[in-house]
Design a protein around this ligand. Structure first.
Ligand code: FES
Length: 221
C-alpha cells in the first residue's frame, strides 16, 4: 500500500490515549484555568492531540475517538468538542500528508503572487490542487484565509511555520528541500528581517533589532 493510500485509507483508530509528552503539556495548560472552567482548554487540548498524531503517525489530525478523550478530560459533552474541532480549519479532522502546505489566497497574498505559489506547490509537490494529497503521502495542499502575515505576502504556511515573500522559484526550492528531509528556516525568502525593508531597517536604528524565535524556538536570521 502506498503512503498516499495509507493517508487516504487511514481509518479512525479504535482508541486514543495521550502519551507522556502530551500529558506534560496538558498539565501546564490546565493550570491556566480555574477549577470548573476546564472546558476553556478545549482548543489547546485539540492542538495537543493533533501534534501527538503527527509524532505518532506522521499525519497530524484529530480523530473522533481523540475528541471523545478530550471531552472526558475536560468534563464536556462530546458534541461540544466536535463543534469546536470542525469549526476551526486549523484542526484536520481527516488524515493529511506529512507536510501541510497552506497557501494564503486572501487579497494581499493574491495581489502579491499567491497564484504562483500555488502553481509551484502543484508542480514541485505533485499535487492536483487544493484538498489533494501527493501520491507519496508527503504533502497535503490547502487554501487558507489570511494568516496575518500580509506585510510579507505572499505567505505559505508549512504546518506551523510561515514562509514569506515567496515566488514560484523560492517555493519550488522550499518544497524540494522538504522532500530531502530538510527544514529551511521560516521567514522571508528575500532575506528581510521580520517585516523590515529589504536591505535592513531604515527607522528606529538606535534600537537593537533581533528576529524573534519561531514557534519551535529557532531563531530567525
Ligand atoms: S492575506 Fe495572506 S497573510 Fe494576510
Amino acid at each position: 500500500m502506498s503512503a498516499q493510500q495509507d493517508v487516504k485509507h487511514h481509518e479512525e483508530p479504535a482508541s486514543f490515549a495521550f502519551d507522556a509528552e502530551s500529558e506534560a503539556q496538558i498539565e501546564k495548560i490546565l493550570k491556566r484555568y480555574p477549577a470548573g472552567k476546564e472546558a476553556s482548554a478545549v482548543i489547546p487540548l485539540l492542538y495537543v492531540v493533533q501534534k501527538q498524531m503527527g509524532r505518532a503517525t506522521g499525519s497530524a489530525w484529530v480523530p473522533r475517538v481523540a475528541m471523545d478523550v478530550v471531552a472526558t478530560r475536560l468534563h464536556m459533552a462530546p458534541i461540544r468538542v466536535y463543534e469546536v474541532a470542525t469549526f476551526y480549519f486549523m484542526f484536520n479532522t481527516k488524515p493529511i500528508g506529512r507536510f501541510h502546505l497552506q497557501v494564503c489566497g486572501t487579497t494581499p497574498c493574491w495581489l502579491r503572487g499567491s497564484d504562483e505559489v500555488l502553481r509551484a506547490c502543484k508542480d514541485a509537490g505533485a499535487l492536483k490542487g487544493y484538498g489533494d494529497t501527493s501520491e507519496d503521502g508527503i504533502f497535503t495542499l490547502s487554501e487558507v484565509e489570511c494568516l496575518g502575515g500580509c506585510v510579507n505576502a505572499p505567505v505559505l504556511a508549512v504546518d506551523d511555520d510561515y514562509y514569506e515573500d515567496l515566488d514560484y522559484e523560492s517555493t519550488v526550492k522550499l518544497i524540494e528541500a522538504l522532500k530531502r528531509g530538510e527544514r529551511p528556516t521560516p521567514g522571508s525568502a528575500r532575506g528581510r528581517l521580520c517585516s523590515a525593508p529589504e536591505g535592513g531597517p531604515e527607522v528606529l536604528l538606535d534600537i537593537p533589532l533581533k528576529a524573534p524565535a519561531d514557534a519551535a524556538g529557532r531563531k530567525g536570521e
